[in-house]
Write a protein that binds this ligand. Sequence first.
Ligand code: HQG
Length: 183
Amino acid sequence: MSTQKLNETSKFLSYVLRHEPQAIGLQLDREGWANVDELIAGAVRNGKTLDFSLIEKIVSTSDKKRFNLSEDGKRIRAAQGHSTASVNIQHTEKTPPEFLYHGTATRFLESIRQKGLIAGSRHHVHLSQEVMTAISVGQRYGEPVVLKIEAQHMHRQGFNFFQAENGVWLTKNVPYNFIASEK
Ligand code: HQG
């Protein structure tokens, strides 16, 4: 299987497990889990090539550990990044490190300065512990810029932080006054 085919299938899994499960008649539970057999059947019904060994390969090679497969291999979910209203994962609440980073594109800065960071269609704003991760996230939308977030300061002010199973930090929104720098 070519890398391109794997990437395409990974994107398809992100699409149905984070955003549009109904596109293939799939149901996710509140914690985001789908039945693997139903996922495969729904995908095949919609003209995709998918079987268990391909799912296992995508799960184990995902650079960002995007997916969790249950130990018995019967259920799968996206670790984070959801927009579908049917899912409400109870992510682990945690005290964040002093600073976290958010990668975005320079063209969004003006609006971010006005409204702060907002989740948009997703359930949370996504933050990372590493600057490099933030740069690559920002590059997806244009010229990247990394925002340094005063995460512990926010936490002391009562904002909740969560860490998904794949290490991505999540919070509902980041008011602009907690952005320490734009680089
Ligand atoms: C921006 C990837 C204007 C925000 C990554 C971002 C991540 C604003 C875009 C995950 C704004 C939303 C999520 C405001 C925020 N005005 N623009 N007030 N507030 N934005 O894709 O964080 O590869 O929904 O900066 O690794 O880029 O898919 O969020 O540029 O973890 O697994 O609005 O997706 O993971 O874009 O990325 P997104 P994101 P995967």
